[in-house]
Design a protein around this ligand. Sequence first.
Ligand SMILES: [Zn+2]
Length: 512
Amino acid sequence: MSSIFQILATKASGTSIPKLDVEIIPVFQNSAKKIHWPKGTMPEALKAAVDRNTFTGAAKELEWVQRSNGKGALYVGLGSPKGLTGDAYAFNEWIDQVRQSGAMVYLWQKRTRLAVSATQVKDWESSSHGSPVIDRVIRAFLEGMALTAYEFDRYKSKAPKKPILSMKLHLVGNLAHWAPVVKDLHDVTEAITVTREWSNEPSNIGTPEFFAKSAVVFAKKFGLRAKVLTEADAKREKMGLFLGVGQGSDRDNRLVVLEYLPKSKRKGKTVALVGKGVTFDSGGISIKPAGGMEHMKHDMTGAATMFGAILLASRRKVKNHIVAVLAFAENMPSGSAIQPGNILQSRSGKTVEIINTDAEGRLVLADAIDYVHKWKPDVIVDAATLTGACGIALGKQCSALISNDDEVSNQLQKIAFENWERLWRLPAFPEYLDDMKSTVADLKNANDSRMAGTITAAMFLKEFVKKGVPWAHLDIAYTAYDMAQVPYYPKSGASGANVRTLAQFAGEFGSG
Ligand SMILES: [Zn+2]
């Protein structure tokens, strides 16, 4: 997949930047939320906007000042910096305001179709904050623009008028400093685009076989090891839960294993990433209501997210060894589908009574989690669009995190807040498991009380994590798609959220 958005760092001296149609000028506020103007006289047109109070320098505000030749300056409000003296939450929150401001600039460019945008580092430095802060600010701003430049329109028979996607950023100054930042932004955009494309793929095309083939193609390109398990292979592995979910579908399951092996001799940790890949979730015999069922093509976003994460980590050449297991199945009602009351045997040997065939994600994940122990992981993280209860508990502002390990949980949360892909930890008290015990089998796949559904689903998964292995579960059911409230996510469809967090965690786990 080619990059849809280009950021160029070009070396240019302060006075002779070529073809500068739009100059982006950041504007900060002081602590009293008044415009902070450190650089001489304010241009007349901007001053007028400030006097009218239509431009205050608050985050996400834009003011376009055009010159007679059609070129001009786009003033971008970045708000009042927060948390510079150590309050990490406030700092990350402000940095995300900067990211959202970058998104507004991209949307503006899309509307105006002005060809070239540029920004100069010296303008950002003039805000008088220290340079590591400036790095984070510029990085977040560019990231906001890059994440916004995505549309899922491949299936329109007439191609919509495309915005001008080539944005040249003249990061004047030390090119050697900015080149890796720009490269990493490219890699981030690339990985998130793959995740979004996979998640948005309609299920008549995006079948388990389709994703398995696609994964192999990418693996070759990214230098990853790839292995695809067919249903016959899964049968040999005794993955009764995984196979049970797909048995009502005409489309066969696929389980994809991807492996990133670091080049460096120094031994890193082994990080296992497991993703739920239900390519369409009708609910099965416990069929879902019709309203909104089209969204169930996104029920493989856990797998798509883990895929994006391993791709990005491999681009970064991280030191850890990463294994991703993507478990694809389609959940359909038919004469051969599993039925409530059925008892299935998992790969681990534990038996499960099916109460609700729509609680299928945990079945797919349970066998995949059990299987990934083969690689003796130092940590297992799974991601899944798992429960409706997650939306009731947390809404769309964060994903749920449940873990058996404080250290893993803390590191994941810290990284998630840095990327503003917030994770909120829910408890894993052992008593919650009581609701998942069956009278006729070891476990049942749904609880009767409907209470704490996000936690009880995780408690079910925890039963397939071997003793002593740190594990974390991310329920991304309400952050995976339709995140219209955040300007750098598409208005509808896949968000690509959590790829940045999981890639960073996979790379950094165990180091420091
Ligand atoms: Zn379901």
